[in-house]
Design a protein around this ligand. Structure first.
Ligand SMILES: Nc1ncnc2c1ncn2[C@@H]1O[C@H](COP(=O)(O)OP(=O)(O)O)[C@@H](O)[C@H]1O
Ligand SMILES: [Mg+2]
Length: 348
């Protein structure tokens, strides 16, 4: 089945006017397509324009130039009344949960449908069903202040789903949570995607969120998308320096600077410290023995790791290559020819 697009950014730029009448360019010619039913991540540092970008999807922000399509509708061009209707199809959650402290959990979740014309018992059934879905069936009558951060976010998720939206926008939804609670919320989001088929768009500064949750990712650098693609390919073969920086934050293959700066590894003569990243995990043992037989180069493994991304393994090794200069060069050439990503970390 061909995936159909649900959101498309077509040459979207956004400028804000600063106090000194200078223009601040926050989004620069953004093009991206989000397919129905997918989980799409946008990663960037603070101030990169992530919130502005995601707010263009539900029309809270409008592009200065370019268009944002929600299916066939140009969301930035429709009248306000129509926009309010379309917004019901797009739920949103936030870093700080944005619950009403003076309302109970039930009232918070029910708020968006309070004046929808639904009967009281229909509203009640809907809210109950959603609180069940997010794992908080017994919290109907409590106030948000009595809940943990993870529970608050679950209430916010239930509220975001109350109009049965097609899309759920998540703006740094786990950034205020500890790692375990983050993992639980990401699992819940994944389940909602699986069970309801809802399209999920997340913006985050944490690569772990992308790794654990997303199928597609775009890297945003001060308003510009510098790289985008499926998450596996991005981890296997990142093209941009910024992407590599984000990936290194979730890698177990980083040697601490203390190790690299010291003589702990005792690199001598022609020894070369390399990191390789490989897709075909079965081919790696033959590769190592091939290197030692064909080129008479020893490969001393320092660290190894396998990640499972999108149900596929991605391997990595940090190795010291030891042999003559010519043989090490031939080995590096050979590894590169195998379509294995190789980075030189250090040499003697
Ligand atoms: N309404 C606004 N008016 C003026 N500047 C804004 C406004 N909203 C955001 N900005 C500026 O735009 C830039 C990007 O902000 P934002 O989209 O919030 O980035 P991020 O979510 O990646 O941290 C920042 O420099 C921010 O100060
Ligand atoms: Mg933000």
């Amino acid at each position: 089945m061909v995936a159909s697009e649900i959101i498309r950014f077509d040459h979207v730029s956004k400028e804000f006017e600063k106090n000194d009448k200078q223009e601040l360019q926050v989004l620069k010619d953004v093009n991206l397509t989000i397919n129905e039913g997918s989980i799409f991540g946008i990663i960037g540092y603070s101030g990169a324009g992530k919130s502005t970008l995601i707010r263009c999807i539900n029309g809270i922000e409008k592009p200065t130039t370019g268009d944002v399509y929600f299916r066939d509708t140009v969301i930035n061009n429709i009248p306000n009344k129509q926009l309010r209707e379309r917004r019901k199809e797009i739920g949103m959650i936030f870093q700080q949960f944005n619950l009403m402290p003076s309302r109970t959990v039930f009232e918070n979740v029910a708020l968006p449908i309070k004046y929808s014309g639904l009967a009281k018992d229909e509203i009640k059934a809907k809210v109950n069903q959603l609180l069940e879905l997010v794992g908080l069936p017994d919290k109907l009558d409590v106030y948000p202040s009595t809940l943990s951060g993870g529970q608050k976010q679950r209430v916010a998720i239930a509220r975001a789903l109350v109009n049965d939206p097609q899309i759920l926008l998540c703006d740094e939804a786990t950034s205020a949570l500890d790692p375990q609670t983050t993992a639980d919320i990401l699992k819940l989001l994944k389940r909602l995607n699986d069970e309801l088929g809802i399209t999920i768009v997340v913006v985050t500064h944490e690569m772990q969120v992308i790794e654990d949750l997303c199928e597609y990712v775009a890297v945003l650098d001060t308003g510009k998308i510098v790289e985008q693609g499926d998450v596996y390919s991005m981890f296997a073969d990142p093209q941009q320096e910024l992407t590599r920086k984000f990936i290194s934050t979730t890698s177990k293959l980083n040697l601490p600077d203390e190790v690299l700066d010291s003589d702990l590894l005792h690199l001598v003569d022609n020894q070369l410290l390399i990191k390789i990243t490989y897709v075909n995990t079965e081919a790696i043992e033959p590769l190592i023995s091939h290197i030692s037989r064909q080129f008479e180069v020893d490969a001393n493994i320092i660290v190894g790791d396998i990640k499972i991304l999108q149900q596929k393994p991605l391997g990595g090794l940090v190795i010291i290559l030891d042999g003559t200069k010519a043989n090490i060069e031939a080995t590096v050439q050979y590894i590169n020819d195998q379509n294995i990503r190789l980075e030189v970390l250090d040499h003697a």
